[in-house]
Write a protein that binds this ligand. Structure first.
Ligand code: NAD
Length: 475
């Protein structure tokens, strides 16, 4: 069994407690992880607080911080294969996807390396001739970062990049499900030469580690990605330290297909939009809203593609859909499919676990027309697409907005004027038109409503990790 260590104050250690990580492709233990508890969290936050105020880090120029970030990006690129394999091994996410995503991870660090010395203050033209007044931008402080199991490296990069560019220090808590890639990534942070305590990477369980971290009095900001129920805990914890929060939460994203769309291209985007990462993606296009006249033809395209998907071992490059990350996740999905069928939804394909070891679930399509299926409102976080049809543009918009979430959305039409009307009216943080899942470090990302608040990506994310100081100088 492989053993991993956590990284606190520039040192790797085993931790007093440990737990086993299961291989989702077989359900058997493959690695041992250090479990951080209250005392470890305390040490990690103390180290981050020290590094924020003392030693080398606060004295580095922004350009020097940028160089460290750039070095980290290079190391990620050089170690891409190993990081991808570890993420695949520990979470079941297929190697094709983890390998492609690592390239993005390096891109995000490069982008923020370039932004570090572009975070500027401002001079204020106050109406007093004998005063010079300006705003300094300073790091917001110690940041608690808490991430879920899916895409841990990517979801951490979008937090670490801007926070480091801004000069913050941090304690990053990897998910207890699949922490291996982040614990390994800590070795690259060390090699890149960040001073001790600037980045601390631990893992542990929500109630014994995450809650201690998010309510710690020395934490100034909590950057959280995960489910809405945990987000409520986090916000309650933030009442303890009056920390600001950014919350990237779940979704039930609408994928709207009009009859005039390029149906083949839309079908490819829909299949990737829901079945990539075995559906364990916050932006999964999990509600297909299709114009009634093309529903049957579109569904038959989707069914053929879904049934042709190659299911297999996650480390096999030929595999297109691998296992879910945990047994708990599969049980949740199976139960929700069961409730959908009870409510009258019709099974188009899938709907069960294939006969093999590991936490697999078949790519599933549920025709929910004429039902009030719970699958239309609750997040699966799995490979299940729920379908409803519409007749008018107005009806499509109404169905799309009939959700407490508001993360992503897709619109497929050849009529761009209509595309623009929908862009205006869809309540979601991202609207993709005739494409789906496109991302870039330059483009902010985040949700409305129960999908959270705050944005990751772009310059604004780096500014969110700063606070301003107003300076008055009598001349
Ligand atoms: P989760 O909320 O259960 O766990 C996320 C993290 O929170 C884990 O590290 C966990 O240990 C920690 N945690 C749990 N309880 C805690 C507590 N009481 N205090 C502090 N920390 C605690 O989420 P999950 O089930 O691991 O991940 C799936 C969810 O994440 C889905 O809802 C998904 O949509 C969402 N997600 C959102 C995005 C996005 O960018 N919007 C991206 C990926 C996943």
């Amino acid at each position: 069994m492989q053993r991993f260590q956590y990284y606190i104050d520039g040192t790797f250690s085993d931790g007093e407690a440990r737990f086993e990580s299961l291989d989702p492709a077989t359900g058997t233990p493959w690695a041992e992880m250090p479990e951080a508890r209250a005392a470890d969290v305390e040490r990690a936050v103390a180290a981050a607080y020290r590094a924020l105020h003392e030693g080398e880090w606060p004295r580095l120029t922004a350009t020097q911080r940028g160089k460290l970030l750039s070095r980290l990006a290079d190391l990620i690129a050089q170690n891409a294969q190993r990081l991808a394999e570890l993420e695949t091994r520990d979470t079941g996410k297929i190697i094709r996807e983890t390998a492609a995503q690592i390239a993005y991870v390096a891109d995000y660090f490069r982008y923020y390396a370039g932004l570090a010395d572009k975070i500027e203050g401002a001079h204020l033209p106050i109406d007093k001739p004998d005063m010079e007044v300006w705003l300094r931008r300073e790091p917001i402080g110690v940041v608690a970062m808490i991430v879920p199991w899916n895409s841990q490296l990517f979801l951490s990069a979008v937090k670490l990049g801007p926070a480091l560019a801004a000069g913050c220090t941090m304690v990053l808590k990897a998910s207890e499900d699949g922490p291996a890639p982040l614990l390994e990534f800590a070795r690259l942070v060390h090699e890149a030469g960040f001073p001790p305590g600037v980045v601390n990477i631990i893992t542990g369980f929500g109630p014994t580690c995450g809650s201690v971290l998010s309510s710690h009095p020395k934490v100034a900001h909590i950057a959280f990605t995960g489910g809405p129920a945990t987000a409520r805990h986090i916000v309650r914890h933030s009442a303890e330290n009056l920390a600001s929060t950014s919350l990237e939460l779940g979704g039930k994203s609408p994928f709207i297909v009009f009859a005039d769309a390029d149906l083949d291209s839309a079908a490819n985007a829909q299949v990737a939009g829901i079945f990539a990462a075995c559906g364990q993606s916050c932006v999964a296009g999990s509600r297909l809203i299709v114009e009634r006249g093309v529903k049957d033809v579109f569904l038959s395209k989707l069914k053929a593609k879904a049934e042709a998907i190659r299911i297999g071992g996650p480390l096999d490059m030929a595999t297109e859909v691998g296992p879910l990350a945990t047994l708990r996740q599969r049980e949740h999905i199976d139960a929700l499919v069961g409730r959908a069928l009870q409510s009258g939804a019709r099974l188009v394909c899938g709907g069960s676990a294939p006969r093999r070891e590991g936490y697999y679930y078949l790519p599933t399509i549920l025709d929910c027309d004429g039902t009030d299926s719970p699958s239309l409102v609750e997040e699966f976080f799995g490979p299940v697409l729920s379908v409803v049809s519409f007749e008018t543009e107005e009806e499509a918009i109404r169905i799309a907005n009939d959700t407490e979430f508001g993360l992503a959305s897709g619109v497929f039409t050849r009529d761009l004027a209509r595309g623009h009307r929908l862009i205006r009216r869809i309540r979601a943080g991202v609207v993709w038109v005739n494409t789906y899942r496109a991302v870039s470090p330059i483009a902010p990302f985040g949700g409305f409503g129960m999908s959270g608040h705050g944005r990751e990506g772009g310059l604004a994310a780096a500014l969110d990790y700063t606070r301003t100081k107003t300076v008055w100088v009598r001349t």
